[in-house]
Design a protein around this ligand. Structure first.
Ligand SMILES: [Zn+2]
Length: 198
């Protein structure tokens, strides 16, 4: 089992340096067909976000350049969304290393951040992340957007009612998330929060 020190490391990596009235939007599981719409909304609302991509879904034709040009960050969400805590160290290494290699090869830019699929990891994951110089990014606020396909309004409440200083907010590149994104951004700002990156 990983120790307290590892827990502290993960928490520190995931925390905002200057967190007063600031939050971070993160979008997992892309790049998906909803990416363009998400970028359009973020651009219109002048918000920067972090995208944690499954490297398997990334191809040269995806609008990764636009993501960078508009000031967002791309992190890794492993290669094919396996639960790392259920894999041996060698397989975990492949899931993480292949994902980094592919993203870096296509985008020609260094990957700094990693979010484990399902938020699951173990001591081997930590050793690998440190070895590859990657910072894990967990989250404080779960939007449950994947559970609210037909009740998109709920996603806004799940986030806005719970945000506190320094929250990292978990969203996904989903249709229902696109639907409520403008409202979500407005709701967060109405509570006096602004958006930042790590
Ligand atoms: Zn995921």
């Amino acid at each position: 089992m990983y120790g307290l020190e590892d827990e502290r490391w993960i928490k520190n990596c995931s925390q905002l340096k200057y967190s007063e009235k600031k939050v971070v939007l993160t979008f997992d599981d892309g790049p998906s067909r909803n990416l363009i719409k998400i970028l359009d909304i973020l651009n219109e609302k002048n918000v920067r976000a972090i995208f944690f991509w499954q490297a398997k879904l990334l191809h040269k034709e995806r609008p990764w350049k636009r993501v960078f040009d508009e000031g967002h960050l791309i992190g890794s969400h492993a290669y094919s969304h396996k639960n790392l805590a259920k894999l041996n160290k060698e397989h975990q290494y492949k899931q993480i290393k292949y994902s980094i290699d592919k993203i870096e090869e296509i985008t020609n830019s260094k990957v700094q951040y990693f979010r484990p699929p399902f938020g699951q990891y173990n001591e081997d994951t930590i050793v690998i992340l440190k070895d590859l110089d990657l910072l894990p990014v967990m989250w404080e606020i779960t939007s449950f957007d994947w559970e609210n396909k037909n009740t998109a309004e709920t996603i806004v409440d799940n986030v806005v009612e719970h945000i506190i200083d320094g929250s990292v907010i978990l969203l996904h590149e989903l249709k229902q998330t696109v639907e409520i994104l403008p409202q979500l951004i407005d709701g967060i700002r109405a509570k006096g929060f602004e958006f930042t990156l790590l």
